[in-house]
Design a protein around this ligand. Structure first.
Ligand code: IPM
Ligand code: MG
Length: 368
């Protein structure tokens, strides 16, 4: 298959992790006789520096004509004092909105080799396998433009959702739960927010169409607590944009490192944007110390969700597990003994393990 992939490395460690994921994709393409054609474009702080805007039109056009988009990370202290419209993050929010990528899938998967590096007790995190389905193009992130009024004494951010926007993400939550264990937790703040009360109504209506899925409502504060006291009680979590942002960072500590976590932002027709959950880590940029596995696993999600290449995606996930099982780890992973590898070397180890085809001992394997 021939696929056109847009790479948006962005800021900080973005370029390094993108380079390592591209190597892995090139190796997979070679083995399976695919042709992946890559084009690189600017986003975030890098785009501000070079083009004066975090999301150049040319980047949007290229993404609109692509089969899939890969993104490294955006942001950094260099641009922190920029006005809201000129911040690197605007580029990321803009491309999500422009492409209509309303569903953000964030799997939180433990690897047996890393389970002890979680700050939580092994018995609490062992076997945890959660999929967070986060709404990505509505809510507080995209209300009427935020503003300061009364000479700066009042500030306004608005939380707005249309019924159809809630319906489509809730459906995605049910569909995801149906493909996994059939358990769905809908997270809201219905004791305070009207938007959450509408969210809850819609979840209850949709539940009637999914008799095979057991759904439970949880308030976001309680869910945040339960996520670290009893993570095994969750399978699929569906929630709105801001709650999903916060809960997915919280959930990432379960696995031992934020550097491991991939994400897919999709809309239903195959086109998607794939990025690691972690940020641009400007403090280690350019030092070959970043963990590329979140980006590599995001590339694997791209093969699965955008290209329908399940076998190739499985192969990458297996190779990542094996690389960890063989003791290779980047500096962020607290692995006793083993061999510390740089960003590029870690990718090369994954490539070496691609063709070994043995079943790994990852605790959980489901990226569905
Ligand atoms: C994420 C990030 C972004 C978000 C930022 C960089 C705008 O935290 O993808 O989770 O809040 O969505
Ligand atoms: Mg976030």
């Amino acid at each position: 298959m021939r696929k056109r992939i847009i790479m948006l490395p962005g800021d900080g460690v973005g370029a390094e992790i993108m380079k390592s994921a591209k190597k892995v994709l090139d190796a997979v393409a070679g083995e399976h006789h695919h042709e992946f054609v890559f084009h690189e474009h600017a986003i975030g702080g890098d785009a501000i520096d070079r083009f004066g805007t975090p999301l150049p039109d040319e980047t949007v056009t290229a993404c609109n004509n692509a089969d899939a988009v890969m993104l490294g990370a955006v942001g950094g202290p260099k641009w922190d004092s920029m006005p809201g419209e000129k911040r690197p993050e605007k580029g990321l929010l803009g491309i999500r909105k422009n492409l209509g990528l309303f569903a953000n899938l964030r799997p939180v998967q433990g690897f047996s080799t890393l389970v002890h590096s979680s700050p939580l007790k092994t018995e609490i995190v062992d076997g945890c396998d959660i999929m967070i389905v986060r709404e990505l193009t509505g809510g507080l992130y995209f209300g009427t433009p935020s503003e300061r009024r009364d000479g700066g004494e009042t500030v306004v951010d608005t939380l707005k959702y249309k019924r159809e926007e809630i319906e489509r993400i809730v459906e995605k939550g049910f569909e995801t739960a149906k493909l996994r264990s059939g358990r769905l937790t809908s997270v809201d703040k219905a004791n305070v927010l009207e938007s959450s009360r509408m969210w809850r109504e819609i979840v209850d209506q949709k539940a009637e169409h999914y008799p095979e899925v057991t759904v439970e409502h949880q308030l976001v504060d309680a869910a945040a607590m339960k996520l670290i006291t009893n993570p095994q009680s969750f399978d699929v979590i569906v929630t709105e944009n801001l709650f999903g942002d916060i809960l997915s960072d919280e959930a990432s500590v379960l696995t031992g490192s934020l550097g491991m976590l991939p994400s897919a932002s999709i809309r239903g027709d195959g086109v998607g944007l794939y990025e690691p959950v972690h940020g641009s880590a400007p403090d280690i940029a350019g030092t070959d110390a970043a963990n590329p596995l979140g980006m590599i696993l995001s590339a694997s999600m791209m093969l699965r969700y955008s290209f329908g290449m399940a076998e190739e995606a499985d192969e990458i996930e297996r190779a990542v597990s094996e690389t960890l099982d063989r003791g290779f780890h980047t500096a962020d992973l607290d692995v006793k003994g083993g061999t510390r590898a740089g960003t590029q070397e870690m990718a090369e180890k994954v490539i070496e393990n691609l063709s070994t085809k043995s079943i790994s001992n990852a605790i959980c394997s489901s990226y569905m």
